[in-house]
Design a protein around this ligand. Structure first.
Ligand code: ZN
Length: 344
């Protein structure tokens, strides 16, 4: 018996087909309809229904490109299950290169939303009812916020065994057990019964090959781990190489500037650092009154402030403590070698 068609918006996508769908949202103030574009790849064979989304923060463009490349390689004839791809959730922010909605609301603090709330709340509600409600797993693609950069990393509930399995299958350099944020898609989707991986990589308003490449490979590895790709497409085979075992972290924090000035950083994304190690310096425009920025814990650098100027209290370096290293459990964190990069 043929697989049932997939209903979304006002259309039904038949099994074995890939179809673009527009979910109507509102009208522009100048007239003209605004809709959220979706591509549904409805496999011929039954299997899990998975969503991919990006640009919930409108300036976070890396995931838009990740989804474009994934869609270019997905065949509905071979797929077991369904992929619902939503490359631009915050269409208003995306058009403006802006993180927020026009009223400055943060879409990722507006879930699960409501049909009669603010614009952010309505987009959240549309996404929950048309996408999340039909899926068992989601991959939510983000970058660092303005003027920051993130090492490619998965943030997820690592206490849930299946979520942990998928998070490690993704193969990003770091898997971080991250606290749920109120109003986030991850929180609302979890409450609705879906498992969510948040991929964080790169910078706002910039494409970079590493973040995009790790993201594309990671999505295919997760689809393979869910049994959605043909048998020869093991997680290793689809991405061309075995997934590197990630560093697993259960806690992370930002080192903050202890003074205002011009920032010079001595560390890069992926560097392993020891508590007390110099991470950089902050001085005035003539190089005077230098202050050293020190690591406040052992761990791996997963985020950096790229702004040349910082004020006292600004987040400067994001360090994730390492609970499990690729070679096995770290019994003695002093084995971390200062400055060693996990990237080749
Ligand atoms: Zn984001």
């Amino acid at each position: 018996m043929a697989r049932e068609s997939f209903a979304i918006g006002s259309v039904r996508v038949r099994a074995g087909a890939s179809r673009a769908v527009e979910l109507p949202l509102t009208r522009l103030v100048t007239g003209g309809d605004v809709s959220v574009p979706v591509q549904v790849v409805h496999g011929r064979e039954p299997g899990p229904v998975v969503w991919l989304d990006a640009a919930i923060h409108g300036d976070e463009v890396v995931g838009v490109e990740v989804i474009r490349r994934v869609l270019g390689q997905l065949s509905p004839r071979e797929l077991r299950g369904t992929v619902v791809a939503v490359p631009v959730v915050n269409v208003f922010g995306f058009m403006e290169g802006d993180r927020y909605l026009p009223d400055r609301r943060d879409l990722n603090r507006s879930f699960p939303g409501s049909a009669r709330g603010s614009l952010a709340s309505r987009i959240a509600h549309l996404f929950m009812t048309e996408v999340v409600a039909k899926c068992s797993v989601g991959i939510d693609l983000h970058t660092a916020a303005d003027r920051r950069a993130n090492l490619p990393q998965i943030r997820a509930d690592l206490d849930d065994p299946e979520t942990r399995r998928l998070a490690l299958a993704f193969g990003a350099p770091v898997a971080l057990h991250a606290a749920i944020r109120d109003g986030s898609l991850r929180q609302a989707a979890r409450a609705a019964g879906a498992r969510v991986l948040v991929y964080e990589a790169g910078e706002a308003l910039r494409f970079d090959d590493e973040s995009i490449g790790v993201g594309v490979a990671g999505v295919f590895r997760v689809l393979a781990a869910l049994g959605m790709l043909p048998e020869e497409c093991t997680p290793e085979a689809v991405a061309g190489a075995p997934a590197p075992a990630p560093y697993v972290s259960r806690a992370s924090g930002w080192v903050r500037a202890r003074g205002s000035g011009i920032l010079q950083l001595d560390v890069g994304l992926g560097d392993l650092v020891e508590q007390g190690r110099r991470l950089g310096g902050i001085s005035d425009a003539l190089g005077r009154r230098p202050r050293v920025v020190h690591a406040d814990r052992d761990g791996i650098v997963v985020g950096l402030n790229r702004a040349p100027l910082v004020n006292i209290g600004d987040a400067v370096v994001h360090i994730a403590a390492v609970d499990e290293a690729p070679g096995g459990h770290i019994a003695d964190e002093r084995r971390l070698t200062a400055g060693r990069s996990v990237r080749s």
